[in-house]
Every structure is written in C-alpha cells, then in structure tokens.
Design a protein around this ligand. Structure first.
Ligand code: HEM
Length: 462
C-alpha cells in the first residue's frame, strides 16, 4: 500500500505558484521540504510536479533503469525550431547520441589537459587586473569570475577571445546571453507570476536568442573556411565522425552545441569559484590550510598541469563548496517508459508516469543521515579522497547523474583548481565587509549576492 504524497493546498488556476514565489525559489522549495518532508508535490502550470530532497530518494531517482532526464522548462519553453544542444535534447533524439559520442573524447582528461596553457593565460589576466588595481580596490568577485570563465570557455572551445578583462562594454553575444538568462529566472514579482501563466515570450528574448545563434553560426562558417589544427571543441565537432555511424555533425547542430557550451560552461564554474572564495573567507582555518597546500605544492614556481593532482585539500574545498552550494541546485527526472513497476514509486510513495520529479540536491546534499548534525557546516576534510570515496553515490550529485551527467566536469574542475590555486599563490585576500552574511542570487544557476573582496599581492613565500 503506497502513501500519498503531501503538499500545500493549491489555488484554482494559479495552483501553487505563490508557494515558490521567492527571490531565491530554490530556498522556498527547501522550506517546503522542511514542512512537508523528503517528498512533496505542487501544482505548477496545471500539472503536479514532485520534489524529492533526501539522499535515499535522490538515489532511487538516479537509477537509470527506472528514471530518465527531462530538461527543465526554463530551457525548453518556446525554443526556436532547429536541432537541440546536448543539455536540452532528449536521450532518444539521434542528435543527442551523435553529439555525445563525438564530444565525449574531446572532454576527456587528456584533451582537457591540453587546454591548461590557455586556461592559465586567461587566469593570469585576472591576476594582473587584481594586482594593478591594488589592495584598496573592492573586487566584485562574481563579475570577475564570470569574465574569466566566459573568456576561458570561448578560447578553449573555439579559439575566440572575448577579451572581457580589457573592455568595459561586454561583447553583444555576452549581453544577449545575460539578458536571456535573466529572462528565464523564476517568477519573483506578481507581474512575473502573471506573465508565467500567460506563457508569453518577449520579442527581446527571441532577438537575443537569434543573436547568439547567428554568432555561433558565423564562428562555425569561419572555421570551415579557415581550417586549423587546434585541438578545441569546435574542431572536435567540425572534424569528428560518429564512431557508430561514421557520419559528421551538421553545421546547425554544431552551432547549437557551441551556444550550449558557452552558456552551460561559464555561469556554473563562475558560481563555483565565487562560492569557494566566499567559504574560504568565512572559514579562516580552511583558508590557511588551502594556502599552505598551494605554497607547499607549487611555491613561487609557475604552475604546471602536474601540480593540480597534488592539490588534495583544494580539491576537497571545491567538492565541499559544491555540496553546500551546488550552482545547478536541482535536476529533473521522469519515470522511464521501459520501467514496468506497476505503479511506479519512490520511497514507498506512488508516482504518476508522466510527471516531473525534481531532485533538490541543494537540500539532499545536506542530508543529516549522511553528513551528520554538522551537515550545514563547511568542512573540506570530509571531502578528502578517502572519505569522499566512501560516501553513498547519491550523496554528492552537483554534476547530475548517469548518461546525462555533466560532460564539462573535467573542464570545469581543471579550470576551478587552476584559478583557485593561482589566486591563493599570488594574493592575501579578505572580505571587503568582514560582517558579510552569505546570501544567494538565483538566475539559471546560483551565485553569491553582493560579495566583494580585497586582494593584496603577496611579497614572497617563506
Ligand atoms: C550537464 C552541472 C560545468 C556542459 C550538467 C548537469 C549538471 C551540470 C547538474 C546535468 C543537468 C540535468 O540533468 O538536467 C555543472 C556544474 C558545472 C558545470 C556544477 C561547473 C561547476 C560545465 C562546463 C560545460 C558544461 C564547463 C562545458 C564546457 C554541460 C553539458 C551538459 C551538462 C553540455 C549536458 C550533457 C548531456 O545531457 O549530454 N552540468 N556543469 N558544464 N553540462 Fe555542466
């Protein structure tokens, strides 16, 4: 006998949309989980949506034989016609299979290792900027990390320099991308709620999307007309052949994936870096331990790829940061067609087949049954390799799960380790406002809100 799934009462027409009306909707969802338990349901746009938030149920949801990924509405709603990039495509879409098989080797550790020098180049631009502006400069950390991650993915993916550190005006592509991301933000005002119900898409949003698609198409055309030997993601797509069919990717599909990499590959990593420094500056013992490790492993030398594998504590800092502040705080699943449970269920609760189930990992990654009473505290030690490897698989899922897990994970990890180490090697840091209270901003991803730091160039290391 299955239990019925609890949830707040819904209003006619608007359902439960007001229950998640919050500047940070993911916080409203976590509050509902506190009230209704590890599974609850809401009526959104006329349909039941289920939310699970403990490690055990997220584990069930990650069972690839029973559940499958569904792309979030925010990304699929009113998409223009044409092929889908990896992130939003359905697994059954042949374009997803082809792009996945061609791109997997290009995102492997060896290929990403070859991108080290370019990542280092952009990271050095950030270090030079902070050094030149001096210790009195209030650094808008998140903005600078966004410049950095965008320039890095553009250079490594398609040999294109946005040069964001050298100009005040952002590139039109960046403006269009920023606008379209904020337009997809969750409803925060009553007017937004009404617009959401109306389901309209503004002309501005359509124009922004078109501009992004046009820029990507021009880059693909340019590469076709000016071939190069560069080992970047664009060449992997332009030259690659599907090992299953022997076919190459068509230009439209390449362009759709270029836009995907630029969008998926920068906000997420920029949020990770911003939260990592927020945590280090709020936790002086962890900050000292991280900086000592950098001094021990790299010292004053120029950083090399080989150094990264020895930065064990820094690795744990990044893992613990993504545990407490996953920049993609949730992912969406649905019962697989092949699942012949009758009826399908999760944790003893019945689930309808055609309903979305959201894994609230920002909550499940703080499950006290796994992480104990101090689950909300920042303790990198618990994420050192020997402890990390013993955690249940579903306890840490910031990169999603299964076949549809993040293809960019090795890229993001190398970049984040490199940048964190380079900053700690070169600067002593402090919060601009020592009483800064951690606060979060939610667009498509999560980032710290209002975080400013100061950076003093280190004179030498003992
Ligand atoms: C998928 C997180 C960096 C490209 C995902 C998913 C998550 C995620 C949670 C699965 C989403 C779902 O199931 O709906 C992150 C985080 C990152 C990061 C936390 C950084 C800290 C990157 C980078 C790239 C990238 C750097 C590209 C260079 C993608 C793509 C997918 C994906 C293409 C879709 C894969 C597929 O479905 O085949 N990412 N990501 N991500 N990510 Fe990332």
């Amino acid at each position: 006998m299955f239990k019925s799934v609890p949830g707040p009462p819904a209003y006619p027409i608007i359902g439960n949309i007001l229950d998640i009306r919050d500047e940070v909707p993911i916080h409203a969802m976590a509050n509902l989980a506190d009230k209704y338990g590890p599974i609850f349901k809401l009526i959104l746009r006329g349909k039941e949506v289920y939310f699970v938030s403990n490690c055990q149920m997220v584990g069930e949801l990650c069972d690839e034989t029973r559940f499958i990924k569904i792309a979030p509405d925010a990304l699929t709603k009113d998409r223009p016609s044409g092929p889908s990039g990896l992130f939003v495509a359905r697994e059954s879409d042949p374009d997803w299979g082809q792009a996945h098989r061609i791109l997997m080797p290009a995102f492997g550790p060896l290929a990403i290792g070859h991108m080290f020098d370019e990542m280092h180049d952009i990271a050095t631009q950030l270090v030079l900027k902070w050094a030149r502006k001096g210790p009195e400069n209030r650094i808008p950390v998140t903005d600078d990390f966004t410049r950095l991650t965008l320039d890095t993915i553009a250079l490594c993916a398609m040999d294109y320099r946005f040069n964001s550190f050298y100009q005040d005006e952002m590139h039109p592509f960046v403006k269009a991308m920023t606008n379209s991301l904020s337009a997809r933000n969750g409803p925060s005002s009553l007017w937004d709620v009404i617009k959401t119900l109306g389901g309209g898409t503004s002309q501005d949003l359509l124009n922004d999307r078109k501009l992004m698609a046009d820029v990507a198409a021009q880059l693909v055309k340019f590469r076709r007309e000016h071939p190069s030997d560069k080992k970047d993601l664009l060449n992997a797509m332009v030259k690659g052949k599907d090992p299953r069919t022997g076919e190459g990717m068509r230009d439209e599909l390449i362009s759709a994936n270029m836009v995907t990499f630029l969008v998926a590959g920068h906000e997420t990593t920029s949020g990770l870096l911003s939260f990592a420094f927020m945590q280090l500056l709020k936790n002086p013992a962890a900050h000292r331990a991280a900086q000592s490790e950098v001094d021990r492993v790299i010292g004053m030398a120029k950083m090399r790829l080989e150094h990264l594998k020895d930065l064990k504590y820094l690795n744990a800092v990044l893992r613990e940061t993504l545990r407490l502040s996953p920049t993609v705080p949730a992912f969406v699943r649905q019962v697989r067609d092949e699942n012949n449970e009758n009826p399908p269920s999760i944790g003893g609760y019945e689930l309808p087949r055609d309903r979305k189930v959201i894994a609230l990992i920002s909550k499940s990654q703080q499950d006290p049954d796994v992480y104990g009473d101090d689950a909300k505290e920042f303790k990198p030690e618990r994420m050192l390799d020997e402890k990390f490897e013993k955690l249940p698989k579903s306890a840490w899922k910031p990169f999603g799960t299964g076949m549809r897990a993040c293809i960019g994970r090795p890229f993001a990890w190398q970049e984040a380790l490199l940048v964190t180490a380079l900053i700690l090697q070169n600067f002593d840091l402090k919060l601009d406002d020592p009483s800064y209270k951690p606060s979060v901003k939610q667009t498509l991803t999560l980032k710290p809100r209002g975080l400013f730091i100061r950076a003093t160039l280190r004179k030498g290391i003992d």
